[in-house]
Ligand binder design. Structure first.
Ligand SMILES: [Fe+2]
Ligand SMILES: [Fe+2]
Length: 258
């Protein structure tokens, strides 16, 4: 039974890891049509395609034809596999998808900052920038993504804010995966900006066998909306996560940072 839209709240439908393949035409239309019915915006948390090819991105763009609400996305590691993430981005941008990469957008008074993120591990187990150049490069990539997230969050002036990632910023939503691969599922370095800036919720994917909900150390809710996880943990409902925020008056902005 679809949940009707509300005049007092803005509702987001979030899902990641749809991994569209070239022969997937028609398989996602009804899911997207339902999200279009129930939500005010659709959030896509990376691994939009399986191999990051133009062909797959075109199939996804076609499937998204059922969606008339705003669509905001970040890319995932799979969207980089063919070495042409910009083609995935431009193919989707062509049908109106806002693909964020250290950038922001605003949907009905809610600010959204988006970045792919990267791995490196969590807490005391996080990889340090020490030793071989390859290790330092790996760590630097996570730091770069965290910095992009921070500068995106710094740009937002809305009172309500959401962060969109592919990799996880916290260990809580990757639990359920084999512990050996935790370091490849996300990085605590992505949590730092989420603690420093006011934010209502964080959405990510990538950990297909992780945990749906956790929190940052400052208490911000983090949702792992990887489609395989949603399907497994809630088999009776459509595999997108509905999240609501109260609607804000049009002029509700926070003052600029000094
Ligand atoms: Fe994935
Ligand atoms: Fe992924």
């Amino acid at each position: 039974m679809p949940t009707p839209k509300s005049s007092s709240h803005i509702r987001f439908a979030a899902v990641g890891d749809i991994h569209v393949q070239k022969d997937a035409g028609g398989s996602l239309r009804s899911l997207f049509a339902q999200a279009n019915e129930e939500a005010d915006a659709l959030l896509l948390c990376g691994d939009l395609t399986d191999y990051g090819t133009e062909e797959e991105a075109r199939v996804l763009a076609e499937e998204l034809g059922a969606v008339h609400i705003p669509i905001v996305a970040v890319l995932g590691n799979h969207d980089y596999e063919s070495g042409t993430p910009e083609v995935v981005t431009s193919t989707l941008a062509h049908v109106g998808v806002r693909v964020l990469d250290g950038s922001v957008c605003e949907i009905q008074g809610v600010g959204i900052a988006g970045v792919k993120g990267f791995g490196g591990g969590f807490g005391r187990g996080a990889l340090g920038a020490w030793g071989e150049p390859a290790i330092k490069l790996f760590v630097q990539e996570a730091l770069n993504e965290a910095m992009k997230l921070e500068s995106a969050l710094a740009k937002l002036r809305t009172r309500r804010r959401i962060a969109l990632l592919h990799y996880s910023p916290v260990v809580g939503t990757v639990e359920g995966e084999p512990m050996e691969i935790f370091p490849f599922l996300g990085s605590s370095r992505l949590e730092d900006p989420l603690v420093r800036y006011p934010i209502d919720a964080v959405f990510h994917g990538h950990a297909h066998r992780g945990t749906l909900r956790a929190r940052t150390i400052s208490g911000v809710p983090v949702y792992n909306v990887a489609k395989p996880l949603l399907q497994r943990s809630r088999p009776d409902v459509a595999p997108f996560f509905l999240y609501e925020l109260p609607r804000e008056p049009a002029d509700a902005k926070t003052p600029s940072a000094p």
